[in-house]
Design a protein around this ligand. Sequence first.
Ligand code: DLL
Length: 419
Amino acid sequence: MNQEGLLEGLRKTVQQVLKAPYYQKKLAEAGIFYPADIKTIEDFRRIPLTQKEDLRQNYPFGLFAEPMDKIVRVHASSGTTGKPTVVGYTREDIKLWAKIVANGLKRIGVTTNDVIQVAYGYGLFTGGMGLHYGCERLGALVIPISGGNTHRQLMLMRDFGSTVLCCTPSYALYLADSMEEVGITKEDLKLRIGIFGAEPWTEKMRYEIENRLGIRAIDIYGLSEIMGPGVSMECLKCNGLHIDENFYPEVLDAEGNVLPEGEPGELVFTSLDKMGFPVLRYRTKDLTSLSYGTCECGHVGWTMQRVSARVDDMLIIRGVNVFPSQIEEAILSVSGVEPHYLIIVDRHDNLDTLEVLVELSADSFTDEIRELELLQANIEDKIEEVIGLSVKVRLVEPKSIPRSEGKAKRVEDRRKGKM
Ligand code: DLL
């Protein structure tokens, strides 16, 4: 999209959001009264950022930009506290979303011959229905199985000949674990591609999933406030996630300044063609960096690196900033353990403590205390090397850390109330 096309899209969204009195006031404070006030990208950058709190204050439907009789669907994302954030879609928005997801699927070679098992949750979460509509739009066969009921998932995956699996990466690993229990091997399945997202994951996890399920594992990103899954998605080159041209991305530093290409910071999105719930400069809280260019797959435009963490995921332990993804990388660099772990942060005598429960793999599960001690010390060293803090690792039995059918829970912060 050229600069004029982009500015036109930005003005369209300004016009649309100005229908909500809340935004009228907010934009007026920044000296923006009409779409025509946005003549350049610099003008656009004067627009104040939008955040989850703005949605909360207008709960549930206060920021919808079309009358309720034009809204055909709502989704909501549950935060850790308080009310969910609610988003609305017109019929056209739903069509656009389906097209965006279908384009992403096409780019990775999914066709009308594929059988797609959608194991993201169906409901207020955007994962299930977002993928579902995209798959139908493409013309593939969809199995709307939703999350959970793992043994049945595997049985149907084999019996229906599913070729594509859509779920969170942690659930994909759980499915791989469970295959042994039900006596299904990857050779019994026709799976060839997995479309995994909704939570951060790493290259090591990709490697593990690809090997255990015998598939290509593709990263898909999105958030309900912007649309849902499909805002960006990898192609088969896996050099970052291509952002759909309906969304204009920026990456900002902690003070809100726009960062140049390649520099990591907080991802911010503006929708360019969404009517029911348009958003201007929405802070995702996700950390990544951007680049603009042409990929060998044919995509021209913005590409983001995989989201390594969320701004608010960051733990401050004894004054040191620690991201769960750093601990995960360290754990996965050691063989003999599984990518299932739980980080427990606590406070004793005013001192933060960090303990990490790490699951042993079935092969390395042994009674040899000496061996286990060595493995434990090895993981402790690896984590300390990365985060610069001492840590206590506790090895636990295979399959003892609770699995999730949706987004995995990796951190338990027990310091609350002990501050
Ligand atoms: O998780 C939408 C989605 C569904 C994306 C299915 C991909 C697949 P929310 O529940 O609103 O929407 O959560 C959005 O999840 O801000 C990120 O922090 C995180 N997230 C989503 N995809 C990825 C990803 C859906 N591929 C929040 N990598 C976002 C890392 C992700 N984090």
